[in-house]
Design a protein around this ligand. Structure first.
Ligand SMILES: N[C@@H](CCC(=O)N[C@@H](CSC=O)C(=O)NCC(=O)O)C(=O)O
Length: 281
């Protein structure tokens, strides 16, 4: 693992690393915010943040303004990239497929299957590395935006007990019924849509056995809301099953990082609360 940047921030450190990933078979970059408590030898809980289409590890770090509250709460934040990258990695000219658009799944179709294994990377390999190399507890939570919101909800629902809670900003809640999801799943997983359900949060919530605290913020003026996101479908399933979900539709807000920056503090405090409820770690 090679450190490629380090910045003092709110008494802690924002650091970027590059390492070889066995999951993707490529070099991967991630960032981690380590709050001041780590300098004093304290192990801290970890929030994984998954970004959206076109993002790297840098968008959230530089635009969301999460570090001040993470420092106060004593919470590390891990920010992976959104796909494998490099000349040897398949790509597409469009912004919503290929590099920058990994959809947090394991691709099964050529040419993507060779490297697009972001599910394994984010759900398994990266947490193992973080827990080996940094002063963190085994208490994890997960959040994300748009494609990353889909990733956060889907990964938490597929791994009961592994995350204290999940939250999302404008997540793609039902990718099997959204143009972004249908395009990506067809390319990465093939035409047999029965294989898509393993990555669809609505389907997963419908069949989940263990309740997971969920918080979703959705901008009412988000251009992608009418066609791509469908938070109400997820809320309806949660409500029908009597599961804990808070869906907040925020008047006037769009899909951008201005929206995320406006409500990120609420999400960090939500995760801190649920992380404190976890026994052990
Ligand atoms: N360029 C595209 C839209 C790309 C976009 O809006 N990306 C969002 C995530 S969308 C869902 O995953 C984003 O986070 N962008 C980075 C940023 O810093 O804002 C288009 O033209 O429609």
């Amino acid at each position: 693992m090679e450190q490629i940047a380090s910045f003092r921030a709110f008494g802690g450190w924002h650091k970027r690393f590059r390492h070889h990933s066995a999951s993707t078979g490529t070099s991967m970059t991630f960032a981690i915010y380590l709050p001041p408590q780590c300098d004093q030898g304290t192990k801290v809980d970890v929030l994984y943040w998954l970004s959206g289409l076109t993002c790297t590890d840098d968008n959230f770090a530089t635009k969301a303004g999460a570090q001040r509250v993470a420092a106060e709460l004593g919470m590390a934040i891990v920010m992976p990239d959104t796909s494998p990258r490099g000349a040897e990695v398949a790509d597409d000219d469009s912004y919503d497929l290929g590099q920058g658009a990994g959809f947090y799944l394991n691709a099964t179709q050529a040419p993507w299957a060779a490297h697009y294994r972001m599910y394994d990377y984010v759900a398994e390999e990266l947490p193992a590395l973080i827990e080996r190399e940094f002063p963190v507890t085994l208490r994890r939570s997960i959040s994300g935006h748009s494609m990353g919101g889909h990733g956060a909800l889907m990964i938490a629902l597929r791994n009961p007990g592994r995350y204290a809670a999940a939250s999302a900003f404008a997540p793609i809640c039902q990718p099997t019924a959204s143009p972004w999801g249908q395009k990506a799943f067809t390319a990465y997983l093939g035409d047999d849509s029965s294989t898509w359900q393993n990555y669809d949060s609505c389907h997963l919530l419908q069949h989940a056995q263990q309740a997971l605290p969920l918080l979703i913020d959705q901008g009412e003026q988000d251009n992608f809301l009418p066609t791509q996101l469908n938070p109400q479908a997820l809320a309806d399933i949660a409500q029908a099953r009597g599961w804990p979900i808070t869906l907040r539709v925020q008047p006037g807000y769009d899909h951008s990082y201005y929206f995320i920056a406006s409500f990120i503090e609420d999400h960090l405090r939500f995760h801190a609360y649920w992380l404190r409820q976890v026994v052990g770690g």
